[in-house]
Design a protein around this ligand. Structure first.
Ligand SMILES: *[C@@H]1O[C@H](CO)[C@@H](O)[C@H](O)[C@H]1NC(C)=O
Ligand SMILES: *[C@@H]1O[C@H](CO)[C@@H](O)[C@H](O)[C@H]1NC(C)=O
Length: 483
């Protein structure tokens, strides 16, 4: 395999320089007339890792800059994420006339302190609100902002514990609805009040507020080790309406209500289809989680969103595959079929293959970056905010165009046997120039190559090509390209 790769590459370049046609295993034609949206960016949710590691400026450099960052004896290429999702907590340790939060099972790293600690007053300046809690998660948000993060989403996993029937923000005993009917509007008041306070006091203007987390799923149970809450469709509609009103009442009409962060593409479609036109009109963006991996009708969700004139964010993706294979496959399908305008990972630091950097959040310990980190870097360091997403002609290829710098970016993966992928730019009015260098980066998911850059690829007429070993992700940047 190695020898074949080596001679193959040399042969390809040799033929390319003479301008002769090349035989490639796959040819994909990028369509410059297509427009799958202006890319809003890449992000991560804070919550648990933000609470535990929120003072670590090295982690902020790693996740929120594109610098080369020294970390634990190695150098990591920063991911350059520009979106942060901040979790409005549901927990507090105070007693309200003898009543306290009920959960015994939520892990301390997953118990996020909420700001509205008793029901006496909705006034944020009253003693019912405790604005000093959750300092670490807020600190990581501030570190992120200082490094250029420019989009923020406020999200909730559960209403404050005292708004819940069993006073347990992990969920109801049977996984059913847990919010008390008289607190439905208060959940909206809670989130809108945080958004207003953040605007006035933290220098953070939330782009959007997401009041739910996988609300149609029935696994949010009182014995869980994390905050969670099931909401019926009828209750979701009440929260969405109330949240829109409460944001408007606080001068935050440009902060969108995003919904519903369902676990799968298919659930997102069914939830959307069950909302009537009034409710749909109050939703500013469709958020969906990517836990259906390579399954699910991404196409139907995209059709529904397009028909409503709404954008989609894959607002939470995570998996336990530390090689990055599942991530690359799912993400490339998102580009080809879901067409989100942003994509955010769940926990940047986590164990059991879930983290980009391995760590035990509960124990507060950190280890090295996973291969998944470098796979994600192939995307996040190159497809940047403001680029126009193009139809790449192949579901294993993502393409984006940077109009300011007249640069075409292509990220492609190969999970089959080793093969050439031939990129045809002939439909561009200026497909770079014959012989021009194409910058290339490669990550090998099952060998040691992490994020290596190469200058071995050139335009041959209106094409270029590269050999893809099995289980590789490669990125290309082509300059001097006009649509
Ligand atoms: C506690 O109980 C007293 C007496 O019933 C009441 O006046 C007060 O408002 C209660 N406090 C809270 C936080 O509910
Ligand atoms: C949509 O549902 C809401 C809540 O049930 C209701 O108030 C509203 O009138 C409905 N709108 C339409 C167009 O049916």
């Amino acid at each position: 395999m190695r020898l074949l790769l080596h001679t193959g590459l040399l042969a390809a370049i040799g033929i390319g320089l003479t301008g002769s046609p090349v035989v490639a295993d796959i040819t994909t034609t990028i369509n410059p007339a297509s427009n799958r949206g202006s890319w809003e960016g890449w992000g991560v949710s804070l919550a648990w890792w933000g609470k535990i590691f929120g003072t670590r400026s090295d982690l902020a450099d790693i996740f929120f800059t594109k610098n080369l960052v020294s970390y634990s004896g190695s150098t990591l290429p920063g991911l350059g994420l520009n979106i942060v999702r901040y979790n409005a907590g549901a927990s507090s340790s105070n007693s309200i006339n003898g009543t306290t939060m009920a959960s015994n099972s939520i892990l301390s790293s997953r118990k996020i302190d909420g700001y509205w600690i008793d029901w006496t007053s909705s006034s944020p300046s009253s003693s019912s609100w405790s604005w000093g809690v959750d300092t670490n998660q807020r600190n990581m948000m501030a570190l992120a902002k200082a490094r250029g993060v420019d989009r923020f989403e406020l999200f909730s996993n559960s209403p404050m514990w005292w708004m819940c029937s069993n006073h347990n923000p992990a969920g109801a005993s049977d996984g059913g609805e847990n919010i008390q009917s008289w607190n439905i509007a208060n959940h909206a008041v809670y989130l809108a009040t945080i958004a207003k306070y953040a605007h006035d006091n933290w220098g953070i203007t939330f782009t959007s507020v997401e009041p739910f987390n996988e609300p149609s799923s029935s696994w949010w149970k009182s014995t869980n080790n994390q905050e969670g809450s099931h909401f019926s469709i009828a209750t979701q509609t009440q929260v969405i309406s109330a949240l829109r009103t409460e944001l408007n009442n606080r001068g935050l009409s440009s902060t969108a209500v995003s919904a519903s962060d369902e676990n799968t593409y298919d659930l997102a479609v069914s939830t959307w289809n069950s909302f009537n036109s009034t409710i749909r009109g109050k939703i500013g963006r469709i958020n969906v989680h990517g836990y259906q991996q390579t399954s699910g009708r991404r196409d139907l969700l995209y059709s529904a969103a397009s028909a409503a004139g709404l954008k989609i964010w894959n607002s939470e993706y995570g998996d336990s595959d530390a090689t990055g294979t599942q991530l690359a496959q799912s993400l490339l399908l998102d580009f080809s079929t879901l067409h989100p305008t942003a994509w955010t990972y769940w926990q940047a630091v986590d164990g059991s293959g879930w983290g980009l950097i391995t760590g035990d959040v509960e124990a507060g310990s950190l280890s090295s970056a996973t291969k998944k980190y470098f796979v994600l870097a192939q995307f996040t360091r190159h497809i940047r905010e403001g680029m126009r997403i193009l139809d790449s002609g192949n579901s294993a290829v993502a393409a984006a165009y940077d109009a300011t710098n007249r640069k075409l970016v292509i990220v492609a993966a190969n999970f089959n046997s080793g093969q050439y992928i031939n990129f045809d730019l002939s439909k561009f009015s200026q497909p770079s120039t014959n012989g021009a260098a194409v910058a290339r980066w490669s990550t090998h998911l099952t060998s040691s190559e992490q994020y290596a850059s190469y200058s071995d690829t050139v335009m041959s007429g209106t094409k270029f090509w590269s050999y893809f070993d099995q289980n590789t992700v490669q990125t290309f940047e082509v300059n001097n390209v006009s649509l």
